[in-house]
Design a protein around this ligand. Structure first.
Ligand code: C2E
Ligand code: MG
Ligand code: MG
Ligand code: MG
Length: 283
């Protein structure tokens, strides 16, 4: 009896192992396939940028926009960055994709500034892997030079996860970027764990409160204390504080009430194709 039980467990162990490797193979194949398609996408120009406006509470005006990448494969529907940025990050393709985003955003920002008749900062997301490339600063400099964009009209959104081990080199890169004249923001603030102690040493202009805090505003009153603390912290360090993922009138009014500077979210506008964004600016 004992023997047969052991036999059974060995048997099912083998099955589990089989299942496990099948699953790994499947994921590996999927990743390789996605990597191949992303390379093709770069070559065939299948990426585009959508722009989501940011609204300043004080003036009630649009005070900038975030450029968000979209992928439209030939003959297919739009693929969300949530589905391909992680693969791009893992495979390192993010460096080339990020390069495309930088150049494209700077070029379009020049046009948007001209259209709006004022300087409208455009924010670009920089992924952790991209941030850690030793030539990031020179890539940003060359995107500015090629486009002729005023550096103050480019904002780089960096997440706390870009800071993995070495705070010193993280801060050094921020300082070098700052020297170019670009604006810096910490994206998804409050979800990482690294920055509280070092935030005062980050030469950043803006904190973007993660949408998780905003979306739970109505249901979890403990979030109110956190939101107020983030806003006070940002202001005490001379940073602007923007809330992302604002979806309701309640959230908007509440954030305004507690001194948040800016908002971004579906309540005001979803990310828009560039033509629609231009139209919004013209209105
Ligand atoms: P993120 O930088 O935090 O961007 C904000 C995300 O929240 C965007 O999703 C935006 O469409 C979405 N959002 C804005 N307002 C609302 C709202 O009111 N409610 C809800 N539920 N969502 C809202 P998206 O465009 O799908 O991008 C997802 C993430 O993918 C971004 O998060 C960013 O981490 C990454 N990503 C997007 N574009 C790029 C890019 O060009 N480069 C890199 N490296 N990452 C990018
Ligand atoms: Mg962002
Ligand atoms: Mg964010
Ligand atoms: Mg996010």
């Amino acid at each position: 009896y004992a023997d047969s039980a052991m036999y059974k467990s060995k048997q099912s162990g083998r099955n589990n192992f089989q299942f496990y490797t099948d699953e790994l193979n499947r994921r590996l194949m999927e990743r390789l396939d996605m990597e191949y398609r992303l390379r093709q996408a770069l070559e065939h120009d299948e990426f585009l940028l959508h722009f989501q406006p940011k609204l300043a509470f004080a003036s009630g005006n649009i005070c900038g926009a975030e450029a968000l990448i979209r992928w439209r494969p030939a003959g297919g529907g739009m693929v969300s960055p949530a589905d391909f940025i992680p693969v791009a990050e893992e495979t390192g393709l993010i460096v080339d994709i990020g390069q495309w985003v930088l150049h494209s955003a700077c070029r379009q920002a020049v046009r948007l500034n001209a259209m709006a008749g004022r300087e409208l900062p455009i924010a670009v997301n920089v992924s952790p892997r991209q941030f850690r490339q030793s030539d990031l600063v020179s890539r940003v400099r060359s995107a500015l030079q090629h486009s002729g964009l005023n550096p103050a009209c480019l904002e780089l959104e960096i997440t706390e996860s870009s800071l993995v081990h070495d705070t010193g080199s993280f801060i050094k890169t921020l300082q070098e970027l700052k020297t170019l004249g670009v604006k810096l923001a910490i994206d998804d603030f409050g979800t990482g764990y690294s920055s509280m102690a070092y935030l005062k040493d980050f030469p950043v202009d803006r904190l973007k409160i993660d949408q998780a805090f905003v979306s739970r505003l109505e249901t979890e009153s403990s979030n109110i204390a956190i939101l107020k603390a983030i806003i006070a912290l940002g202001h005490s360090l001379n940073m602007k504080v923007i809330a992302e993922g604002v979806e309701t009138a309640y959230q908007q009014a509440f954030l305004h009430g507690i001194g948040c500077d800016e908002l971004q979210g579906y309540f005001f506008s979803k990310p828009l194709p560039v033509e629609a964004f231009e139209k919004l600016l013209g209105d």
